[in-house]
Structure formats: C-alpha cells, structure tokens
Design a protein around this ligand. Sequence first.
Ligand code: PLP
Length: 406
Amino acid sequence: MKPLEAELRRELGELAAGGALKRFREIASPQGPEVRFADGSEAICLCSNDYLGLAADPAVVEAAGRGLREHGAGTASVRFICGLFTPHLELERDLAGFLGAERALSYVSCWNANQALLDTLAGDRTWILSDELNHASIIDGIRLARPAGKAVYAHADPGALEAELGRVPPGHRCLVVTDGVFSMEGDLAPLPEIVELTEEHSATLIVDDSHGLGVLGPTGRGTAEHFGLTDRVDIVTGTLGKALGGAAGGFVAGDAALCELLEQRSRAQLFSNGLPPSVACGAREALRILRDDPGRLERLHANVARFRDGVAATGLRPLDGESAIVPIVVGETRDAIAMSDALLEQGVFAIGFGYPVVPEGTARVRVQLSAALSDAQIDRAVAAFAAVGESRGLLVAPDQPGSTAT
Ligand SMILES: Cc1ncc(COP(=O)(O)O)c(C=O)c1O
C-alpha cells in the first residue's frame, strides 16, 4: 500500500472506530415520499429537501427533458467564452421576478453562489459578520474571501450582532450574512431585528434562503416574505436543489449592478461551466408550479402540523419551529445513528446527525416534511417514531417539559 493510501485508510478506520462513518443508501427509485432502495426494501422518506414534492413531478421531468432535447447536455464552456442558453436567462428572469429583485444570476450550486458572492464583495476594506450556525458554504466562503475583518455572532442573537456591528471600523463595507432557515435547528433568523440593525449601520444584508424558498411566506417566497420584509433584504442566495425541483443549481438575487459585477468577476462564473440547460428548465418549471399552485405550500404546512402534532402526542419533543425541518434531539451521536437505524427497520428513512455537524451532546434525528407525503404515510411515520422512541426511553409525559428540547 502506498504511504498516502495507508494514511487515508488509517483516517477512515478512526472514523469507523468513533462511530462517525457515514453510510450511503443506494436508491433505485426517483426521489419521493416513499423510496425504494437497491436491495428492494422501501421506506417513507423524511430526509430529502424535496419540500414541495417536485423532484419527480411529471411536469418538471418533462421540462428538464425538453431542455435536454432542445439544447443538449450543456454549453461545454463558461458563460463569458461561449455564451449561455435561453433557458438560463429565462430562469434568471423568473427567479428575479419571483423574489422582487432586479436581477438573478445562476450558478451550478448554492455552494458556488455563496462563495462567489462573498469572495467578489470582500475587498481589503470589507467586514463580514456571520451567524455562528450558518451553512458550511458561507463559513468556507468567508475563509476564501479573506475580508479585512470578520466576526461570528451568537446564533440568532441580535444583541450579539449589534455588538459586532459597533466594532466595524468607519468607512468599511459591512456584509451581514445569515441563513434564513437554519438547516440543523429548523429555526428562522430573526430578520425583523437584523434588518433594523443592518439599516441603522448601513450594512448590506445577505440571506441564504435555501431552506426557506418554497416553504415560508404566504406564497413561498421565503423567510423575508414570512416576516413581510421582501423589499428590505439586500441580497438573497438560494438553491434549486431543494424545493425548486431538487436537481442542482443555485443563484444570487439582488441589484442589477451586483449581478453584473458577479458575472464579470466571480471566479465560479469565469472558470466554471453554467447550469446544464435541462436543470435550468426543470427548475423554471418548478418555480412556475410554486407560483401557480398554492395548494402545494398549503399541503406542506398541513403535513408539518400533522407530523408535529402526531409526535408530540406520542411524547416526543421536537425543537420548536415554523419551517419544514423538525429536529428531534436525542443526545449522543451514537444514539442518533441508532435511532435512525431503528426507524429504517420500521420503514422510515430519517437521518441522525451528530458531532461535528451539531454540537456535542445535541445529536438529533432530523425530519424534513414534504408536500408529497400523504396523511397515511405521515401517520405511519409517527407510529414508527412512537415505537422507536418508546424502546429507546425518549418519550415524556405530555405535561412534562421536553427532555429532548434544547
Ligand atoms: C443553507 C444552505 N445553503 C447552501 C446550501 C448548498 O446548496 P447546494 O446544494 O445548491 O450547493 C445548502 C445545502 O445543503 C444549505 O442548506
């Protein structure tokens, strides 16, 4: 064995010994409320981000297929060298219109969009302030951007943000960046307070709304719409890989000048191919369905309420929240993994997350609801949670404070 391979095998062995080795389930069916694994077993899926059930929607699949047939696999180059296809512009126009922004610019992922945005905006007189539970793409994006100054403020704490805003040297550009919905907690950024503070300090507010788009707000426009603040968030980033079709892709939406500069300068635009046109067409169709069929959003929220009420009645205490993410904290990483395994034996696919993804001692099983789930599927899932919760001693009496809440 070569030296590098031996080192990598050792590292993998350490992960396995610590119970932290991830397993990857092979799915043979499309994504959906119930999936079929390669071994033929089936499970109710409570861990995809397919919030609106559009990943395998016939209209989305047809639109993606049309994009492929009409435009082929892709541009085979980057935007500034070999141009872009009509579906890119149509998608970007629709995204901007949906979010009430002047323009939107697509990337192959929201990971890329966040990194491109932060790197392009950070000069040697830029400060970036970031919520401590922001997504990894923001954390890495800030590292890559190397701003003049940066600070991580306590999670969803306007007081902590205010203190950091007060430390930004005068005359510096200040970017405040937060997830709209936090992926591990399922809670929302306190946007009303954050908007007030950023306006007061002339800072620019960036909201990554990957888990809020298609989920929150009366028309699914996201966390800002939920709080009635759509015209007061400066820049929105988001993914097309969750509610908006589930394939891949991300975007930045904001002023035209911002998008023009990103198009000119951001390295992910200059040195990397754009979205495959099939993906752009599929995402655009998903957006159209979200706009034209409010029933999906209503169904999603009804499903979240049914699941929350159901597990609460069994004695489980998920973290509170208004999003489609319902985390049930169980303690140690091994407990979360064991609970996830036990749920799968009962035909429910929900993943356990432990350290370092979440702080030590707060490992959890994270449930994500979808509009595609039927009442019967939700009730079966609740029954599985009740059985597994009981066998693992996690149930509390209805009038007791939740032992699983943090
Ligand atoms: C808040 C947030 N931002 C960005 C991303 C990355 O999205 P993408 O898969 O499009 O790179 C995710 C995905 O997990 C996310 O949850």
